[in-house]
Design a protein around this ligand. Structure first.
Ligand code: GMT
Length: 373
């Protein structure tokens, strides 16, 4: 099949998932055309049947806000027409679903009915999309998509709660490439980070308020009172400055390192003993799934779709949002005994395997096929 994928090219989970999906589909022999404004971060290297179409938005003195959505819709029309696209799969509703609707209408006038799948990822529904600034357009473009999918049952529920739509929503969980993440830890790297065999705790996110990165730091400081440990913070975003300033003024924070944005997170995760994800909300929590695939147990909150991935007492533990005492107690339980840690690590990969490529990607292929027929 010839599949066009529209996504954000950044480190955000929706872009990561969309890019990984395109890569897997290409490996399976499909031709994949990414349409976005920058080369997706996870799209490195050469792939014979992956094509990248950059949306450029020309500026003009009149435009205080260059019209990306219009440029995107035009790119979609161009790619569909010139590359015999069978299906258009857009990830994250805003503004991709609305641009897809526009492209679909233009193509209909030209006698081509291009099927559109919209995959909802989280904040497009729970945070940004439900705001009245966007809500009417999001509601309409969801209704107009041929198929609507959500990355968790929780997100499906949230969508029905926040929007008056009647359309069925298919749940297709996110997936992880187990082979890529399940690497052997590099001893020399581990030694560099924890020279005295301290436990290594990792958090990765876009450092937005909703990720509660300060809870990661506070939980770590409580853990450190009982267990020698190091904390690696991966990613960047609006809250980083404040958190970095705090750690500079706190003597016990010497064991915390900010790694910034990392493209090869699969090289870092395998040296970790624990992953912390104290988010206020996650529709899914792809970062946690990638950690589990690297055999790293997860302490997360029980918010949103996280209970669909992290199994309490098996692949890690869950706590209420903001309960740093509970998170640290559970982390100490996992980290203080080698046998327990080994068990949780083994369970983490068992749990991650339920979301392997082989289980999830065929569900998308089946949807494409149903539309093409
Ligand atoms: O978490 C973010 O802020 C990024 C956001 C995105 O759309 O890029 O992530 C959302 O989609 C991911 C992939 O489906 C999910 O794993 C994240 O849980 C979800 N984030 C939220 O719901 C806050």
């Amino acid at each position: 099949m010839n599949i066009a994928i529209v996504c954000y090219p950044t480190f955000g989970g929706s872009g990561v998932l969309a890019t990984e999906l395109g890569k897997v589909l290409a490996e399976k022999g499909h031709n994949i055309h990414f349409i976005t404004y920058q080369q997706p971060v996870r799209l490195s290297g050469f792939h014979a049947n992956i094509f990248y179409h950059e949306v450029s938005v020309p500026t003009y003195p009149l435009f205080d806000f260059p019209p990306y959505e219009t440029a995107l819709a035009s790119s979609m029309v161009d790619v569909v027409n010139n590359h015999h696209i069978d299906v258009l799969h857009v990830h994250y509703a805003i503004p991709h679903a609305a641009a897809a609707f526009m492209a679909k209408q233009i193509l209909l006038k030209e006698g081509k009915n291009i099927p559109v799948i919209t995959t909802l990822h989280g904040t497009d529904i729970t945070l940004v999309g439900r705001d009245k600034t966007y809500s009417p357009v999001v509601t309409f473009s969801m209704e107009e998509s041929d198929i609507l999918t959500a990355v968790s049952y929780n997100l499906k529920e949230e969508t029905y709660k926040n929007f008056s739509i009647n359309k069925p929503i298919e749940v297709i969980h996110n997936f992880v490439d187990i082979k890529r993440f399940n690497k052997k830890p590099v001893d020399a790297f581990r030694k560099l980070i924890s020279p005295n065999n301290e436990k290594i705790i990792v958090h990765a996110s876009n450092f937005r308020k909703l990720k509660r990165v300060m809870d990661v730091v506070q939980t770590f400081l409580l853990i450190r009172k009982q267990i020698p440990a190091k904390l690696l913070l991966i990613g960047d975003g609006p809250d980083r400055n404040e958190i970095e300033s705090f750690t500079r003024s706190c003597p016990e924070c010497r064991e915390i390192t900010f790694l910034g944005k990392q493209e090869q997170i699969e090289d870092i995760l395998p040296i970790a003993d624990l992953f912390l994800l104290p988010s206020e909300y996650e529709s899914f929590g792809l970062a946690a799934l990638e950690a589990m695939a690297a055999e790293v147990p997860v302490i997360s909150t029980n918010a949103g779709g996280l209970p669909e991935i992290n199994i309490d007492g098996f692949s890690g533990f869950m706590s209420n949002v903001g309960d740093i005492q509970d998170m640290s107690k559970k982390a100490i339980h996992i980290l203080s005994d080698e046998k327990t840690l080994r068990e949780f690590k083994a369970n983490a990969i068992i749990q991650a395997s339920k979301f392997g490529i082989d289980k999830i990607v065929p569900q998308y292929e089946a949807l494409y096929q149903s539309l093409i027929k």
